[in-house]
Design a protein around this ligand. Sequence first.
Ligand SMILES: *Cc1c(COP(=O)(O)O)cnc(C)c1O
Length: 354
Amino acid sequence: MLDYRKDIDNLPVYDVVERDWNIKVNANESGWNLPPLVEERVLSSLSRIAFNRYPNTEPEDLSEIIAKRFGLQKENVWLGNGSSEIIDKIFYAFGGEGHKIVYMQPSFSMYPICVKSADAEGIAVPLDDDYKFNAEKFIEAVKSQKASLAVVCNPNNPTGGLIPVEDIEKIAKEIDCAFLVDEAYVEFAGKKASAVSLMSKYPHLMVARTFSKAFGLAAIRVGYLLADKDIISTVGKVFKPYYLNVLSTVVASVVMQMYDEFDPRIEMVISERDRMYEEFLSLPGVKVYPSDTNFLLLRYDKAKELNERLLNYGIGVRSFGNAPMLDNCLRISIGTPEENNAVMKAIRNFAEGR
Ligand SMILES: *Cc1c(COP(=O)(O)O)cnc(C)c1O
């Protein structure tokens, strides 16, 4: 008999439909592979790897490069296999029996999964009408539940909305438990959106970032945590030795040093997003939510039928099954202008009854 650990059967799974799409706009990836100049440096850096050795100083070098970029010390940086791993380990580190983790709803579908695998109790705070974030309500939940960890996704996946940094500061001021800001999409929200500058004033505030979205490195699985050095050294204990592979570490180091090469693409995504937003506004029956990310969330009575039409064209968008507060919603990532045009045309045709 296979005698699994308790409760593993009840662990929710991250459900995405994957196949060989013609147009893949379901996972908020970048529509472009690496810029040619970056790719060239990446490839030449790989030829210098000592494949026979366990990772040596490479992770530390990457931490140093990241720290410099944010005006921090390398002791303030922790690396992960995607920020998903960072998030999972933070939930673990602040979780366990009797510990409560507060997050917003709807938000990143991994949070409830991480809560469960951390053996913690999840408290989901619903967003207000039109997915507006209510800081007072969030603070109240954290305090009244005596939470050990509060998590906000900013800007939020899948709704796209941005919490002003003033509200992040208000939360940091009012609560004294660990406070994680998941900034997976912050590069699309303008220079002032990040909470990183608040860290020196509020040592319980942590920021998680990823290379998967704005930097188009979803394949290599690297993310990082910026936090107080005492938090880093404690959270660091739940990672195993040599957990991060040198290939990914070296690639991320090259990319971090060539950060500015990505600016034109980020600008392009932002302008494409705004263009698509305006177009969606004009579609009959379709509601589109303002976004500070690289995707748009639509609500549409015929979302299910629309999704089927898109599937027939080989266009992959994200639907949410019966996830709370996301009935009839579809999330569409911003791709290249050609991809966006094709997606828009398909949706417009459907909405206009063609
Ligand atoms: C995509 C995403 C991440 C992290 O992705 P990784 O590829 O694991 O770095 C984290 N948080 C949110 C909200 C995301 O959408």
